[in-house]
Design a protein around this ligand. Structure first.
Ligand SMILES: Nc1nc2c(c(=O)[nH]1)N[C@H]1C(S)=C(S)[C@@H](COP(=O)(O)OP(=O)(O)OC[C@H]3O[C@@H](n4cnc5c(=O)[nH]c(N)nc54)[C@H](O)[C@@H]3O)O[C@H]1N2
Ligand SMILES: Nc1nc2c(c(=O)[nH]1)N[C@H]1C(S)=C(S)[C@@H](COP(=O)(O)OP(=O)(O)OC[C@H]3O[C@@H](n4cnc5c(=O)[nH]c(N)nc54)[C@H](O)[C@@H]3O)O[C@H]1N2
Ligand code: SF4
Ligand SMILES: [Mo]
Length: 670
């Protein structure tokens, strides 16, 4: 007879909700993944894709043992080797490269395939700092917005989302909540039942726009102008909160001057809205309180993403929202969990504080460098051969015979096609780890629910053993996962972590960060002046950007996430692929100009490359805009290759962020 057992777990994915999970296990295998009803925020509700975790965890294609390349780069021909052989090979290659080129010729490439601190930014960091490796600027996701937000508010954190059930106006700005932040939708629905209005500002009538009460469809990247236009109307109508401005802000007069340059007729023209729509939106924002703005990631992938976020972040101060229950904004909240990163990562071990760094968005370019070349790449928690822009250049770099590449993953991803050594990674069900959310305020402990599959090793174990192999004798390489979790929590300077211990997490599973009136907006504003900065010296650079660049291609392609995948994760599961379509949405008039019908196979192209998709004609997109969703693994048979063959590797106005959506293309029948 078999017995089923039930275990608490945490969703490890790069998703704001960080749900608590309930896992069913039978005969050593995970048979069901559900939401944990006891969690105060996620309350038993999880997305459909994570219900497919059993299929992912026990998938026949999971990597089970280390492998070494036997065929040419670009293909997946490998032979099995032992862990000892893998370590021997990696360490001897690393030592030879360090001897000839210096340790800066070795570059780690990682992101957040798993968000647990121990397995995403813990022992790996210690290892690469101690090695003296080149640094990676991890800028692919949200740095433009974070920096923009920070100029205004001092720190990129917002309000407690649990409060948003009390909001009376919820503005969802460049964020596809129904696909990317499920539980915010649940709170918004509760607020709506009590009379709140839900507004979406987006370039696409996406799932979230269809659910909202009001939808404002604007031209891509025109959000900064829209924000100024709203300010203009609010100021003209005297809907501002002067008392709040006096007490908590600096620079209102300069911001006002700027906003006065954007009267409604001009803003309507530049954003694509009708003047009446703009007035309606501004009136709601100016007169309904408490109001909440959920700022998404979509706008941060425009080249003016920093400026856009900077300006949107000024809005709540104008009407005095901060401090009202359910009033304010939220772009991300991860920085409330002020882990002691010095202890966790030990950057002090790096032998060279001036070490070179590489922006992960420009990995293609970096791999072409002839002076001080990158000679080794260690990829984990990331799939650059899918997710990074300008893929043709990325893959040209990865094809280099003189580049030694290691990939640690659960699956033979497209990045593995370029690996010399492939190493099998455990899933989070096999690890101990500590999770924070970048939306809600609960810190959670994830305890392993099963033994590692095959010969898989966690990132933690891998880098600990690599350190031993390199002969690193520092005590920190002896640490256990629990030691590192204690290090993370050991930050007496943080009011938010106060009293939080590992024992408490072991007992309860989660603990809410302590946000008190004195330590949050508007009582505590972490800018250097202690006030919200409505104008800043940083604006000179932000507002000096060139306006209308010459465009060689007529259509702007926005390639954001889809509903059933998580970045490139899950795109190899048949059950989820079946629910998604590799299509490109096109407006009827753009389709007509090119004689395209729904279902036609099309080539989408620009100077960087060509991608094949199927056309779907819809008025959900505006004229001049194309939308495609999801990062699909390459499929040679179907001639389908990463959408990032079309996206540019230019950087955003601030923060060195990615500009995936600043992408101009043509389209024709294939
Ligand atoms: N299902 C699912 N969930 C995910 C992910 C996933 O891949 N799939 N990825 C996770 C990750 S890593 C992230 S960063 C988040 C991202 O999730 P979101 O924050 O929701 O960001 P995106 O989906 O990139 O873009 C959101 C919306 O911005 C719109 N947009 C694009 N350009 C503009 C613009 O210039 N102005 C305005 N106003 N809107 C614009 C797009 O049409 C899109 O509807 O989701 C996380 N959650
Ligand atoms: N065109 C376009 N490109 C985009 C985006 C977009 O909207 N449009 N979004 C961008 C954004 S916002 C982001 S955040 C990035 C995401 O970029 P990545 O974080 O690189 O994306 P993922 O596809 O999630 O890849 C993570 C990989 O880590 C592996 N993994 C999971 N857990 C572990 C583990 O514990 N150990 C190891 N070693 N591996 C593990 C997974 O199997 C997966 O292959 O993509 C960016 N790329
Ligand atoms: S992907 Fe997001 S919504 Fe889905 S279970 Fe994980 S945290 Fe929850
Ligand atoms: Mo992201």
């Amino acid at each position: 007879m078999t017995t089923k057992t039930y275990h608490r777990s945490v969703c490890p994915l790069d998703c704001p909700d960080t749900c608590s999970l309930l896992v069913e296990k039978e005969n050593g295998k995970i048979t069901k993944v559900d939401g944990n009803p006891d969690h105060p925020v996620t309350k038993g509700m999880i997305c459909h894709k994570v219900r497919k975790m059993p299929e992912r965890t026990h998938h026949p294609e999971r990597l089970l043992h280390p492998m070494k390349r036997i065929g040419k780069k670009g293909g997946l021909s490998f032979e099995r080797i032992t862990w000892d052989e893998a370590y021997e090979e990696i360490i001897s290659r690393f030592k030879a490269i360090m001897e000839e080129y210096g340790s800066e010729a070795i570059l780690p490439y990682s992101f957040y395939g798993n968000m647990g601190i121990i397995n995403s930014e813990g022992m790996d960091r210690r290892f690469f700092y101690r090695l003296g490796a080149r640094k990676l600027e991890r800028t692919i996701c949200n740095t433009a917005g974070s920096e923009g937000y920070q100029i205004t508010m001092g720190k990129a954190v917002g309000i407690d989302p649990e409060e948003t059930v009390h909001s009376k106006l919820i503005v969802i700005w460049g964020c596809n909540l129904i696909s990317t932040n499920l539980h915010q939708v649940i709170y918004a629905n509760k607020a709506r039942k009590k009379g709140a209005k839900i507004v979406v500002v987006d370039i696409h009538r996406n799932r979230t726009a269809k659910w909202a009460d009001h939808f404002y469809q604007i031209k891509p990247g025109s959000d900064d102008i829209l924000a100024l236009g709203i300010m203009h109307i609010i100021i003209k109508n005297d809907w501002i909160d002067e008392k709040f401005l006096d007490q908590y802000t600096n620079g209102f007069e300069s911001l006002k001057e700027r906003a006065m340059e954007y009267p409604p007729d001009k803003v309507a023209g530049l954003t694509g809205l009708h003047e009446e729509q703009l007035m309606e939106l501004a009136q709601m924002y100016g007169t309904i309180s408490p109001s909440f703005i959920r700022i998404g990631n979509g706008l941060q992938h425009q080249k003016n993403g920093g400026r856009i976020t900077r300006l949107i972040t000024c809005l709540p101060a104008l009407t005095g929202q901060w401090g009202k229950t359910g009033g304010g904004a939220l772009k991300g909240n991860s920085r409330y969990a002020e882990w002691n990163m010095q202890k966790v990562q030990r950057p002090d071990m790096h032998p060279d504080s001036d070490v070179r760094s590489t922006n992960m968005n420009q990995i293609g370019m970096a791999l072409q460098e002839k002076d001080d070349p990158i000679k080794a790449l260690f990829i984990y928690n990331s799939n650059p051969a899918q997710v990074a822009p300008n893929q043709k250049l990325v893959r040209k770099g990865l094809m280099r015979d003189d580049l030694f590449t290691v990939v640690h993953d659960l699956f033979p991803t497209d990045s593995c096609r370029y690996a010399d050594i492939v190493l099998p990674a455990t899933s989070h069900f096999e690890n101990l780890d500590l999770y924070k959310s970048y939306w809600h305020l609960y810190v959670q402990l994830n305890e392993p629910v099963m033994d590692p599959i095959g010969e898989c090793k966690s990132n933690f174990t891998l880098f600990k053993e690599m350190a031993a192999g390199m002969g690193f004798t520092e005590q920190c390489f002896q640490d256990t996962e629990e030691d590192m979790i204690r290090d993370a929590l050991d930050n007496p300077g943080s009011p938010y972590l106060s009293g939080l211990t590992l024992d408490q997490l072991k007992r309860d599973g989660w603990v809410k960060l302590k946000l008190e009136k004195e330590t949050t907006f508007p009582e505590k504003i972490p800018t250097s002046s202690g006030r919200i900065e409505l104008s800043s010296p940083a604006d000179d650079q932000l507002f000096n950007m060139e306006k209308d660049e010459k465009r060689d291609y007529p259509l702007q392609l926005i390639s954001g996430p889809n509903h059933q995948f998580l970045n490139s994760i899950f795109s190899n599961l048949d059950s989820l692929q079946a629910l998604e379509k590799p299509v490109v949405y096109i407006h009827p008039s753009d389709a007509e100009d090119r004689n395209l019908q729904t279902g036609d196979f099309v080539e989408v192209f620009n100077e960087l490359g060509t991608v094949h998709l199927q056309a779907e004609i819809t008025e959900d997109v505006s004229e001049g805009v194309l939308i495609t969703q999801g990062l699909w693994w390459d499929d040679e048979e179907k001639e389908r290759y990463s959408i990032n063959h079309l996206t540019p590797d230019g950087l955003s106005d601030i923060g060195g962020g990615a500009t995936f959506f600043n992408c101009f293309v043509g389209i024709k029948k294939a």
